[in-house]
Design a binder for this molecule. Structure first.
Ligand SMILES: *[C@@H]1O[C@H](CO)[C@@H](O)[C@H](O)[C@H]1NC(C)=O
Ligand SMILES: *[C@@H]1O[C@H](CO)[C@@H](O)[C@H](O)[C@H]1NC(C)=O
Ligand SMILES: *[C@@H]1O[C@H](CO)[C@@H](O)[C@H](O)[C@H]1NC(C)=O
Ligand SMILES: *[C@@H]1O[C@H](CO)[C@@H](O)[C@H](O)[C@H]1NC(C)=O
Ligand SMILES: *[C@@H]1O[C@H](CO)[C@@H](O)[C@H](O)[C@H]1NC(C)=O
Ligand SMILES: *[C@@H]1O[C@H](CO)[C@@H](O)[C@H](O)[C@H]1NC(C)=O
Ligand SMILES: *[C@@H]1O[C@H](CO)[C@@H](O)[C@H](O)[C@H]1NC(C)=O
Ligand SMILES: *[C@@H]1O[C@H](CO)[C@@H](O)[C@H](O)[C@H]1NC(C)=O
Ligand SMILES: *[C@@H]1O[C@H](CO)[C@@H](O)[C@H](O)[C@H]1NC(C)=O
Ligand SMILES: [Cu+2]
Length: 630
């Protein structure tokens, strides 16, 4: 049996509270009119939304008092997996990557090397309206590294070749001027980010944010835009990848908010400083763009009301603090209804340091009420509760799904054990179902699909899905006995998955173990389970997810801790390869082949070896064939 509730959701839409539709139509959004420039701001200055031209916004019913409405026929109750506006508007961006030595970071420490997007460690925000087309030209002016840019969370329906997963959907874009264009539709709306998928390159700075305007589940007055938070290291990502092959992950050196941060000892740098307007409700789009650290965030003296998790709108609910795993996003509203003043926005670490620690003991940003004096907050506030590296359990998506669960049985072909192999060199090799992924940059899985060659290398970790529009179930089992059975933030490309069940989240140090058994089936959640694109796999436990085979493509499913995906923690779902092949346009095929030819011509001349899964890198001194030889 399969259920797809698009029609039901549309029906619910017509039953939604009349207030959603009652507000007077307001044409373009006031805040957009208040800002006049469309110039892309560089780096961290993304606090304010840049204006969008208003074409495509005609007939908008979206306003401060009625965020649920978007435009005729499209509201918060519309299922964007089945119904998306067509605006005919294309938002174009150019991202130019450069490699810079001896770069002075935001907290005053000189880093040996960074890789910048348009000159910043945070690239420009890709801004669009729901239903727009997005077209991004990437120019790789790095010295030796290839690159591929992944648009995290974008479903890429019928545009799998634009997913930016090198070794899977494309060859890397060669350095020294290599260029390619990514084109996809904003089928969804909300908050996301983009990052390089070439080894751990994003840790060197190849990261930016994505903001797609659309309806929301709660009214608000002011959109503060994106608020990326990241761990920050003084060593390069390349050094850290090598280090983490044989050592535990290092503490981060600092934490940056919107690309800004203060050095905990020297005091160099700036506080990120967000201005709140007294009496107004603000929307803040928090994004965890870390390579390793999971954070807990808390705005002192204020609650936050969650309205979306990843790109899935949820029924609003209020929290004192939030835990975000790498890659996760929470859109929250904040009511500026406290005394006019300055308040800390603190990041702390929970889970007894099992999901990250920083050398900065007190990472923070400032939230400043307009009209308050300058300077730092006077009250330190209270710490967040310890979230133990666990996802919020009770998210209820606005557009619901019902997923049959009572018939689920654990079988070899739906179970993915995650293990750490400590038996060889390098010391840490992460395996899924017994195999560490190692992609072939020069022969991505798409080449096999185009050639109808099903002899995928074992280490490509391909899992073929041939069913059509069926729920597919995946039980991810963390090693119940492993000494380093850590929580992992698992991310799927091409889909939102539903989280049907999960073992309890416990401190890994307690050594409790949870193995999925038939008795767990009764506790699975069938009606409106959490739906998102990153979820935590608990230590020494399991998570059961499902997604529908409704999007032909080669889609990675991987841990978003850069050091772990580098070490092999990924599989590649190859969904309906024949349908995929038939849907690849001639233009995409030509673009793909041209880029691969350029990469294959370049790669033998690259002075550096591939030292990792390719989704990260491997040790200097090892041959290019390191993984294959193992
Ligand atoms: C970077 O700094 C190092 C150490 O101070 C120095 O040896 C090197 O020449 C510098 N490189 C550049 C490009 O300035
Ligand atoms: C990527 O560039 C970094 C920094 O220049 C270098 O250390 C690394 O070896 C390069 N990797 C590859 C595969 O080219
Ligand atoms: C970001 O994610 C990492 C890893 O999942 C985690 O350690 C860190 O605490 C998260 N940060 C926030 C702000 O939640
Ligand atoms: C301030 O806003 C919060 C969050 O919406 C709400 O719970 C609280 O009642 C408000 N307080 C006042 C004094 O309006
Ligand atoms: C934060 O920004 C506000 C408004 O621009 C300014 O008045 C205040 O001094 C800033 N605070 C700090 C600590 O820089
Ligand atoms: C903020 O909360 C702290 C306790 O965490 C309290 O001492 C302080 O008075 C509060 N400030 C305001 C402006 O409410
Ligand atoms: C919040 O961050 C500030 C600035 O680092 C710090 O002084 C304060 O102690 C922190 N508050 C908590 C509760 O951690
Ligand atoms: C895991 O590996 C086993 C043995 O090779 C295989 O039978 C099973 O289908 C694999 N599981 C998945 C989900 O691919
Ligand atoms: C299929 O792929 C394998 C592995 O890359 C390769 O050895 C083989 O020659 C390919 N087969 C054909 C018919 O191209
Ligand atoms: Cu991991």
């Amino acid at each position: 049996m399969k259920f797809f509730l698009g029609a039901a959701a549309l029906l619910l839409g017509s039953l939604a509270p009349s207030s959603i539709f009652a507000a007077p139509p307001v044409t373009p959004i006031q805040r957009d009119l208040a800002l006049t420039t469309t110039v892309e701001k560089r780096g961290a200055d993304t606090n304010l939304l840049r204006a969008l031209p208003v074409e495509g916004r005609q007939a908008s019913c979206h306003s401060a008092t009625n965020r649920a409405c978007w435009k005729t026929g499209f509201t918060i109750n519309t299922d964007y997996e089945t119904s998306t506006p067509t605006t005919g508007v294309t938002r174009t961006y150019t991202l130019t990557l450069t490699e810079v030595d001896n770069w002075t970071g935001p907290d005053g420490v000189v880093k040996k090397k960074v890789m910048l997007v348009n000159g910043g460690i945070l690239g420009p925000t890709i801004l669009a309206d729901w239903g727009d087309n997005i077209q991004v030209t990437v120019i790789n002016n790095l010295r030796t590294n290839g690159t591929s840019i992944h648009w995290h969370g974008m479903h890429q329906k019928d545009t799998n070749l634009h997913d930016g997963a090198n070794g899977v959907t494309e060859c890397p874009i060669p350095p020294k001027g290599g260029t390619r264009v990514y084109k996809f539709k904003a089928q969804q709306y909300g908050t996301s980010w983009y990052h390089s998928h070439f080894s751990a390159q994003y840790g060197n700075g190849v990261v930016g944010t994505i903001l797609i305007n659309g309806p929301a589940s709660l009214p608000y007055d002011i959109d503060l835009g994106v608020f990326p938070i990241t761990d920050y290291y003084y060593r390069t990502a390349d050094e850290l990848v090598e280090f983490t092959m044989n050592n535990g992950p290092p503490a981060s050196d600092n934490v940056l908010f919107q690309g800004k941060g203060k050095h905990p000892v020297t005091g160099a740098g700036q506080w990120a400083n967000v201005t709140l307007t007294p009496g107004k409700r603000h929307r803040l789009r928090i994004i965890n763009t870390s390579t390793h650290d999971h954070f807990q965030v808390k705005l002192q003296n204020h609650t936050m009301t969650v309205i979306a998790s990843d790109m899935v709108p949820v029924n609003a609910f209020t929290v004192d603090s939030l835990f975000l795993a790498v890659g996760q996003r929470y859109d929250v509203t904040i009511d500026a209804n406290k005394s006019v003043g300055n308040y800390w926005f603190n990041v702390t670490y929970g889970g007894a340091a099992f999901c990250g620690v920083s050398n900065n003991p007190n990472p923070a940003a400032i939230f400043h009420y307009a009209g308050a004096p300058g300077g730092v907050p006077t009250n330190r506030g209270t710490p967040s509760i310890d979230h133990q590296c666990a996802d919020l359990p009770n998210l209820t998506p606005v557009v619901t799904r019902t997923v049959p669960v009572s018939g689920f049985t654990k079988k070899a072909d739906n179970t993915l054990p995650v293990t750490l192999d400590l038996s060889g060199t390098p010391l840490f090799v992460w395996k899924v179902n017994g195999s560490a992924i190692n992609v072939q940059w020069e022969k991505p899985i798409i080449d096999y699909v185009l050639a109808q060659n099903t002899s995928y290398p074992r280490e490509a970790n391909v899992i073929t899905i041939n069913s059509v529009n069926q729920w597919t179930y995946w039980l991810i089992e963390n090693d119940p006995d492993g000494a380093f059975s850590l929580p992992h933030p698992m991310h799927l490309h091409g889909h939102d998955f539903v989280v049907l069940g999960r073992s309890p989240t416990v401190n890994p140090a307690l050594q409790q173990r949870f193995v999925f058994g038939p008795s767990d089936v009764a506790n699975l959640k069938s009606v409106n389970p959490v739906r998102r694109d990153v979820t935590m796999l608990p230590a020494r436990g399991w998570v059961l997810i499902a997604f529908k085979s409704d999007n032909p493509g080669a889609w990675l499913f991987h841990c978003h801790i850069a050091w772990h995906v580098s070490g092999g923690l990924s599989v590649d779902y190859l969904e309906r390869p024949n349908d995929l092949r038939q849907r690849i346009t001639t233009a995409d095929r030509n673009m793909h082949n041209n880029n691969c030819n350029a990469w294959r011509a370049y790669w033998p001349t690259n002075p550096f070896p591939k030292i990792d899964s390719g989704l990260r890198k491997k040790s200097v001194g090892e041959s290019k064939e390191w993984f294959i030889k193992r």
